[in-house]
Structures are given as C-alpha cells and as structure tokens.
Ligand binder design. Structure first.
Ligand code: AMP
Length: 195
C-alpha cells in the first residue's frame, strides 16, 4: 500500500496519525511504499512501520536523495529520475493508496491519481484520505462542489463515494481500501500434459 504524506511534521495529532498508520500496516503484514523521505510525517510513518517489524520501500528522486532527506534504514530505497517518475512508480506498484495530511506535494500526488483515473491514465487503485481532525474536510467539500457544478462529469464511471473514501481512523480506512482492491487473477493452471 502506498502512502502520500507531508514532509513536514505538522502539529501533534497528524504525527500520531502517521505513526499509527505505519504501525497498523506493519501489524497486518502490508508492505509500505512511500516517497522515501526521513522528515516529517514521511519519516514518522516509515519509522513506525519499521519499528513494528514491517517492510518499507522508499522511492526517491535523485535530487532529494542528494539533499540528504532520504531515510537511511528502509528495507529498500530506490532512486528514480524525477518526481513524475516517482509518482508513476508509487501508483503502479501499490494495490491501494492513502493520503495522510500534507502540503502541496501531497496535494499534487492526490490530484495525479484523481485526474489520472478520470482520463484512464492511472491504473485504477482505491485511494483513501485519512481525515484526521477534519484535515481533508475542505478538500472533500471542494470535490463535492466540483461534482455539483458539473466539473466531474467525465468521472462518470467512478461514483463520488468511490472517489472519496475517507475516514479519521487509519485502521478503518485501511480495511475499506483492502476491501476494494481487485482480486489478483487466479494463477494459471499448469496445462502441461501428464507424463
Ligand atoms: P508535502 O505534502 O508538500 O510536504 O510533500 C510531501 C510529498 O511530496 C511526499 O509524499 C513526497 O512524495 C514529496 N516530497 C516533498 N518534499 C519531500 C522531501 N523533503 N523528501 C521526500 N519527499 C518529499
């Protein structure tokens, strides 16, 4: 499961929510995929998952790694060319995505998934917003307004309630997302004739 979140700490409840998310993912043996940073909520979610024995993969652009903000203790840290390539990897390699509170970077990642889904450019993935202390309520209101005003008409194939999977409880949000992950295709039968 991929997590988008702030590279800043934000205030207390957000840091705690990020740590809870990382811990819950690890406790359920869910591999965490994220932007590979060591700062803010990014560092908190990764540290909590690692401390609980989880697997954590970071995907970071070279320019951020050279600024020294990559996490040094991940299960796996991969360097990519740029931010766009990172977004593409995070979306393609995850079976579901969570946006924790964050700033412009998180908003950019969220919008990438929403608009990519609308145009069929992103593989369809359930995306959930962790609405800690109502952090995402203004964005949810914006999406509802955009829908009411007819600006999401081309999202016709995706009902609004599927676009807006939100919860303030990380465990419940993770359950909701897992329930929407399409089942993996069944393993191909071995058609080799018996000797
Ligand atoms: P923001 O929400 O503006 O703090 O940006 C966080 C998101 O943008 C993360 O999910 C990252 O993918 C990316 N990002 C922004 N700043 C950094 C950073 N210093 N280190 C790693 N990733 C970052």
């Amino acid at each position: 499961m991929a997590v988008f979140c702030g590279a800043a700490h934000g205030s207390d409840p957000y840091l705690q929510a990020a740590a809870a998310t990382g811990r819950i993912l690890a406790e359920h043996d869910i591999h965490l995929l994220y932007g590979g940073g060591c700062l803010g909520l990014m560092g908190a979610v990764a540290d909590a998952a690692l401390n609980a024995g989880g697997q954590v993969t970071g995907i970071i652009p070279g320019f951020l790694q050279s600024l020294g903000v990559a996490h040094g203790d991940l299960t796996d840290l991969r360097m990519v060319l740029d931010m766009a390539t990172r977004k593409q990897h995070l979306v393609e390699e995850a079976d579901a995505l969570i946006a924790l509170p964050g700033g412009f970077g998180t908003l950019d990642e969220l919008a990438h998934v929403w608009s990519g889904n609308a145009l069929g450019l992103c593989p369809p993935r359930p995306l959930g917003l962790l609405n800690t202390h109502g952090f995402y309520s203004p964005l949810i209101a914006f999406v509802r307004t955009a829908a009411d005003c007819g600006f999401l008409a081309h999202h016709g194939h995706l009902p609004l309630e599927d676009l807006l999977l939100t919860d303030d409880d990380p465990a419940q949000l993770i359950r909701t997302l897992l329930a929407r992950v399409p089942a993996a295709p069944a393993a191909e039968e071995d058609l080799t004739p018996a000797a």
